[in-house]
Write a protein that binds this ligand. Structure first.
Ligand SMILES: C[S@@+](CC[C@H](N)C(=O)[O-])C[C@H]1O[C@@H](n2cnc3c(N)ncnc32)[C@H](O)[C@@H]1O
Length: 526
């Protein structure tokens, strides 16, 4: 690496590591390791391993994770665009492995952008249960939402909130919480030299303050008997053992359990040997810290656990009664539920304007129940009804659940709409599409989360063919009707689920041998 390590950092590391320091320091002249994690929502890990265009080597602590060679360019393969894997630093795959997420759990990822660990949690949920994925910084939630949609996640809600407000809206609610905390990033110096430049001697103490606040919120949102994983990518004991020891002292209802991993993982420093430290000179990965905390079954003072928040609970929080960190509280700038910008069509400004106009009459940042607001989309057409009609002709099974309509835009949510009242919601669920002028226009995330056999009209492109890249670049394709896979009775004309080697990537619209490209501009292969 070119950047000079801060002398104060190296002095601290020498003190921390003693005679291991030389081996540690030597890693800075070595290349960082790269990896991908298979998105099992789309493909089993064994299948991807068999069809992978580049060599894969298993990562010992993550059954769906693989090291990739330096020469591999996984972001430049059609499989990436079909959401078959997520490019992730190998050590960063460890926290979710320790979270023990099971299908059906309610999981909260409090510091989630850009979504590496959220997409990993979603894969473990396997479409059952709930993922609430949050980040405080609005700009970062865009990448978060996009990655969740790329991976075809159906049961995620994306928020842009302070953890304190989430805890106030969802007291003692979640079975699993991940706090992948903002930190001084010392473990990433080799991979990201910006981290080196941003570091100063106050960094560890500054971040420890933030971590304390986030952990307090997590304590309130975790259900009795629930599990919390705390992770950082830094070495400083203040932000690691210090943050967790302080938390345990304040919260006797929590205990640390061993963070069991793989060969080469080291225990935390006293007083927290249950934690794990991942050192770059002992494993093939960057520096990480991991702690697993369990909340007593009967220890939550306030717990009337696991009921959905009553309607209005969030609104109370929005009016300023929420606990904890108030940064990011409603300030009138926040957007209500919006369709992904990249899913708004060119020339479809009316659609975007409609959504914004709809939000003006609402509490800032609120999500409104389908069809409940006066400023709701013009026209009496019921978006859910239009979707049902579209689905009857297009899909082999019609997804069901809580429909949330905002303006012309329809989502399927894993939560009842009132549960999100007052919370800045980036996505209230799976974006299905837009109901406009009596028609339903399917959204891109609807396509990415479908399996080929769930669409009555599909087309599979060979990942190695120039056609696959043409489609991903947004080009029109010539496709004779016999190439379309049609369910019994389906006509070739209409929306086609375009797949890469059988894995959904987006929509096309077929007519008379021409496949019009519906792959959104912001997602295209460049
Ligand atoms: C280590 S990164 C998260 C990486 C992410 N978990 C992943 O796997 O892709 C920490 C994140 O915390 C967010 N953040 C910072 N302060 C926060 C706070 N008070 N509450 C929630 N998120 C916060 C940052 O915007 C950043 O995206």
């Amino acid at each position: 690496m070119a950047a000079q390590l801060p002398p104060l950092f190296t002095a601290r590391m020498q003190e921390l590591l003693g005679e291991s320091y030389e081996a540690f320091a030597a890693t800075y002249s070595q290349k960082p390791h790269s990896g991908i994690r298979v998105n099992t929502l789309k493909v089993p890990a064994e299948t991807l391993a068999a069809i992978s265009p580049f060599r894969l080597e298993p990562i010992p602590w993550c059954g769906t994770g693989f090291y990739t060679e330096e020469s591999a360019r996984p972001g430049k393969h059609p499989y990436y665009h079909a959401g078959l894997y997520y490019i992730q630093e190998p050590s960063a795959m460890a926290p979710v492995e320790l979270l023990d997420v099971q299908p059906g759990h309610r999981a909260l990822d409090l510091c989630a952008a850009p979504g590496g660990k959220s997409t990993q949690i979603a894969a473990k949920l396997a479409g059952e249960g709930l993922l609430v994925s949050n980040d405080l910084h609005p700009d970062r939630t865009k990448a978060l939402a996009k990655n969740i949609e790329l991976c075809g996640v159906r049961n995620a809600v994306v928020l842009n909130e302070s953890p304190g407000r989430i805890a106030a809206a969802f007291p003692a609610f979640f079975d699993r919480i991940l706090v992948d905390a903002p930190c001084s990033g010392e473990g990433m110096f080799r991979k990201d030299e910006d981290m080196v430049r941003q570091w100063n001697e106050e960094s560890p103490d500054r971040y420890a303050g933030m971590q304390r606040e986030i952990l307090e919120a997590a304590a309130g949102a975790l259900a009795p008997g629930g599990r919390l994983v705390y992770s950082t990518c830094t070495f400083s004991p203040e932000e690691n053992e210090g943050s967790i020891a302080g938390f345990l002292a304040r919260h006797p209802e929590f205990r640390a359990v061993p963070a069991l991993g793989a060969e080469g993982w080291m225990p935390g420093f006293p007083p927290l040997p249950e934690a794990a430290r991942l050192w770059p000179h002992l494993i093939k990965g960057e520096g990480h810290f991991l702690a697993v905390l369990v909340k007593d079954r009967d220890g939550a003072a306030s717990a009337a656990p696991s009921e959905l928040p009553a309607a209005g609970a969030g609104a109370a929080c929005g009016s300023g009664t929420g606990a904890g960190n108030d940064r990011g509280a409603d300030d009138g700038r926040s957007l209500a539920v919006r369709p992904p910008r990249e899913n708004r069509r060119s020339g479809g400004g009316g659609k975007g304007r409609g959504a914004e106009a709809g939000s003006r009459g609402a509490q800032p940042g609120s999500v409104r129940r389908a069809g409940s607001g006066a400023g709701e989309a013009a026209g009496a057409a019921d978006a859910a009804g239009l979707f049902a009609a579209f689905a009857a002709g297009q899909l082999t099974a019609v997804p069901s659940g809580e429909f949330i309509r905002f303006g012309d835009h329809l989502y399927l949510s894993p939560l009842p709409p009132e549960a999100l009242n007052g919370l800045k919601t980036v996505r209230p669920g799976w974006y299905l599409g837009e109901a406009r002028k009596g028609r339903f226009i399917p959204g891109h995330p609807l396509a990415t989360a479908l399996k080929a056999e769930e669409s009555r009209r599909s087309l599979s492109l060979d990942s190695g063919s120039p056609e696959a890249v043409s489609y991903l670049k947004g080009e029109t394709l010539t496709v004779p009707p016999e190439r379309l896979a049609l369910a019994a009775g389906a006509e070739p004309k209409g929306y086609v689920l375009v797949c890469i080697d059988g894995y959904s990537a987006g929509w096309g619209k077929w007519q008379d041998g021409v496949l019009k490209n519906e792959y959104p501009a912001g997602w295209r292969w460049t």
